[in-house]
Design a protein around this ligand. Structure first.
Ligand SMILES: Nc1ncnc2c1ncn2[C@@H]1O[C@H](COP(=O)(O)OP(=O)(O)OP(=O)(O)O)[C@@H](O)[C@H]1O
Ligand SMILES: [Mg+2]
Length: 380
């Protein structure tokens, strides 16, 4: 599902405008496999994008111009990803209508469900399910997406100022679904044909934002963004150990979380004494407990709304924040789900022109740009 379409280009470039990096991925379709034809990233000047919102349009557009220059990206048509707490995603029930009727009807119906005045919002909707209501009337479940016009317009201005042509604005959450799930792994064990029992959550941990999306039967049904992400760990280490943010970042990557089993038995961490590495581990453990609690709140909220699903049985992680040593064990333990690392490159050939080795080490962070690039290829 791509939202807010403006035009259509055969193979637009997926452009992930994040808080830490801008990333662009270009995919060329093939009969059997798609090929990653180009890929590039650039660091975002600090403060120019905050919690997914472009604060400094000029600086962002300059960075995008630089990104295109340094990478030799050939196209100008882009599918842009947005992730912000200001984008509202709701699952609603409406009387049955055809998909082509929904686009018009939703403009009149959406106000009941969103806190933004309808004339200040850009609305999109997609049918995710059909069912029979109490009186056997046909009903649809609709995923409603509403974004403040200012948020979208700012993003579009920055992109256009860099000489690019926005084709589609999509939610980063939907891009993650596209790049990490496919027909072979969206369908989980079901009771019977009509009752799905468990869902998959996809969690992308970036620098300044974490995207959470829950998928049932291949369809996203819940999406939320939280500002709790990888850089919070750096700030906590920096405060506790009195080191710079950069040193904290290095320590985080080097030390990581202690092994869960080692924690109590083999390798007790003294709360008072110990090496600098012990101190880093302690801070990380505390922070991850907050992070797990934040994720649990989101997943619990999703479950209170879910009708058939009782459990999120599987979690797929992405984003470089997911590279924290042992994080999968902590999430598995804290959320009681099977946790794995997503592989957005699994089904994509890397063009021989690109440095495959460097790309593979970056794989977790490629879920969003690749998913955005795939949007242009799928006719969804
Ligand atoms: N090996 C590692 N161990 C732990 N954390 C890591 C590792 N490598 C990178 N990170 C962390 O991952 C985060 C960056 O992730 P990513 O590159 O996916 O985010 P981004 O796209 O720049 O930001 P955002 O998605 O918020 O816009 C940073 O907090 C960084 O410290
Ligand atoms: Mg990111």
């Amino acid at each position: 599902m791509g939202i807010f379409p403006f035009g259509r280009s055969a193979t637009p470039i997926g452009l992930d405008i994040g808080t830490g990096h801008f990333r662009a991925a270009q995919i060329t379709p093939g009969a059997a496999t798609n090929t990653l034809a180009n890929y590039a990233k650039i660091k975002v000047p600090v403060g120019s994008v905050v919690e997914g919102e472009i604060i400094d349009v000029e600086t962002v557009s300059q960075s995008l111009t630089q990104l295109w220059k340094k990478s030799g990206l050939s196209g100008k048509d882009v599918t842009i990803g947005i992730a912000s707490q200001k984008v509202i995603v709701r699952l609603i029930e409406l009387p049955f209508m055809e998909p082509n009727e929904l686009k018009g009807a939703i403009q009149f119906q959406a106000q009941d469900y969103i806190p933004i005045p309808i004339n200040e919002a850009i609305i999109d909707a997609q049918i995710v399910n059909q069912f029979l209501g109490e009186n056997d009337e046909k009903m649809i479940e609709v995923l409603l997406v509403a974004a403040q016009k200012d948020l979208i317009n700012n993003t579009i201005s920055a992109v256009e100022k860099a000489g690019l042509r926005p084709q589609v604005v999509d939610l980063s959450a939907f891009a993650i679904v596209r790049s990490l799930l496919d027909d072979t792994n969206t369908f989980l064990p079901e009771d019977d044909d009509t009752s799905v029992e468990s869902a998959t959550a996809l969690i992308n941990i970036g620098s300044g934002l974490t995207n959470i999306v829950v998928v049932e039967d291949g369809m996203p049904r819940f999406a939320r963004v939280t500002p709790m992400a990888g850089d919070d760990l750096n700030r906590a280490i920096s405060d506790a150990l009195n080191v710079s943010f950069e040193v904290a970042d290095e320590l985080k990557r080097k030390v990581g979380l202690p092994k869960l089993t080692q924690k109590e038995e083999e390798n007790p961490i003294d709360p008072e004494e110990g090496t600098q590495e012990d101190a880093v581990r302690r801070v990380l453990e505390t922070q991850i407990a907050y992070f797990v609690a934040e994720l649990r709140r989101s997943l619990d909220y999703y479950l209170t709304q879910a009708t058939k699903v009782r459990k999120v049985s599987r979690i797929i992680l992405s984003g470089n924040g997911a590279r924290l040593t042992n994080i999968t064990d902590y999430l598995e333990n804290g959320l009681q789900s099977k946790v794995e690392l997503g592989t957005p490159l699994a089904k994509i050939k890397i063009s021989p022109k690109l440095e495959a080795e460097a790309l593979v080490s970056e794989e977790p962070s490629m879920a969003i740009p690749i998913g955005l690039a795939l949007q242009g290829l799928n006719n969804d």
